[in-house]
Ligand binder design. Sequence first.
Ligand code: NAD
Length: 289
Amino acid sequence: MPDTVACIGLGNMGGPMSARLVRAGYRVQGFDVAEPARRALADAGGVAAADLAAAVRGAAVIVLMLPGSDAVAATVHDGQFAVGPGVTVIDMSSSEPLRTRALAAELAARGITLIDAPVSGGVGRARTGELTIMTGGEPADLERVAPVLACFGTATRAGGVGCGHAVKALNNLLSATHLLVTSEAILAGERFGLDPATMLSIFNSSSGRSGSTEHKWPNFVLTGQYDSGFGLRLMLKDIRIAVGLADQVGAADPLGRAAAELWSQAAAALEPTADHTEIVNWLRQDGPR
Ligand code: NAD
């Protein structure tokens, strides 16, 4: 078990995940470009590093929980990322699978192992350590970091490097499409005179149920809070990764393309910081043009 873990990206997900590593007994050296995120790690008992170099120094395992592949590439190519052979980098961000594969090959030439381990479950399950973790990498490499991943949730190996990121994007294509169509159904039902809570309770014991009917609508939409902690722009990024993947392999994706178009219209209309559940308000008020 490595004593020191570096955590880069201490936002909605990386914050509670790094706090869990602290509680498990690791020395956590965290870095985020945002100062409040660094302060939160210090408050949780971790070491808030002043810069990237200080965060990665002496760490055998480096956890990345960044917005996506651009930030991952910027971090790994930063001159401060002074990491030697034998280190394992776990990209837990929802990144682009082909870029992950390319980066893994590049790092392998420096003796550094990159594995992908994106997650599902949101901020709530990041706090409780009940995330679903989808991994990509060689079994021996994954085995080596299993104790670290166990702090975050339950890991399932999807395949070789990049496969975790591929299945994560595909999962979020499903999730995004479910939320859209669930919202269309409930808004139509509302106009017909149906009560949303009643509709949800019926959907949840019927074939229309999904994470959107069981969790997102009851907890973030009906409450009027729209505070899932997962940004709409991050969701759009994931849909685009999934549609890009389908296009790369020549798979049919007419519904995915339509979903991508609707989510990108919502992203253009809403604030950059909008929660992804605010797509319901966009549908209700502005809607597709
Ligand atoms: P977030 O925006 O809350 O956090 C990202 C953090 O990275 C921010 O604090 C930002 O300041 C920091 N950052 C950006 N570039 C950086 C850099 N170069 N160096 C250091 N820090 C940098 O996002 P999040 O919701 O925590 O999501 C993180 C990743 O997890 C994303 O890839 C997202 O798609 C994925 N994800 C999020 C959720 C969720 O519910 N929020 C669920 C599953 C997966």
